[in-house]
Ligand binder design. Structure first.
Ligand SMILES: [Cu+2]
Length: 149
């Protein structure tokens, strides 16, 4: 935890556009770089991304993600099937021990349906991640227009 906090502080010092908020200390998941892509007004769906770090020695599974800012949040994976990009809903996100799962454009991502109100760049979105151990991790994500890199 301390290491990740140090890294996040360093990132924040240099990159004001990056939201980097480690999760509460009661789990071994640390979420950083959470962001939501700004969508055109009226869009019923938009995408969310984050890095989920597992600092424990066991795989951690995320079974659900919720947000008060959207009607529903789905966990998706985008992959190449015979040259076509496809999206598949995932029942869980598995974060390997002492490793990290990066949700990013073209790979794993969150599919966010029906925003409660229009979200523009600079707004904040709340997420709650639930694990198989029924732990909850609260995450704040920043709405952005760019590719998040
Ligand atoms: Cu999707």
């Amino acid at each position: 935890m301390k290491l990740y906090k140090a890294i996040c502080s360093a990132l924040l010092a240099g990159l004001t556009s990056v939201i980097c908020l480690p999760a509460a200390a009661d789990t071994q998941l640390v979420v950083s770089h959470a962001w939501v892509r700004e969508a055109p007004p009226g869009a019923g769906v938009q995408a969310g991304y984050m890095e989920i770090h597992n600092t424990s020695s066991k795989t951690i599974k995320i079974t659900a993600i919720e947000s008060p800012n959207f009607t529903s949040v789905e966990m998706h994976r985008m992959f190449n099937h015979n040259g076509m990009m496809r999206m598949q809903q995932q029942d869980t996100l598995n974060i390997p021990a002492n490793s990290m799962l990066e949700l990013k454009p073209g790979g794993y991502h969150l599919m966010l349906r029906n925003p409660a109100s229009y979200l523009k760049s600079g707004d904040t979105v709340q997420f709650t991640l639930t694990t198989t151990a029924n732990k909850h991790i609260n995450v704040k994500a920043s709405v952005k227009t760019d590719n998040g890199s």
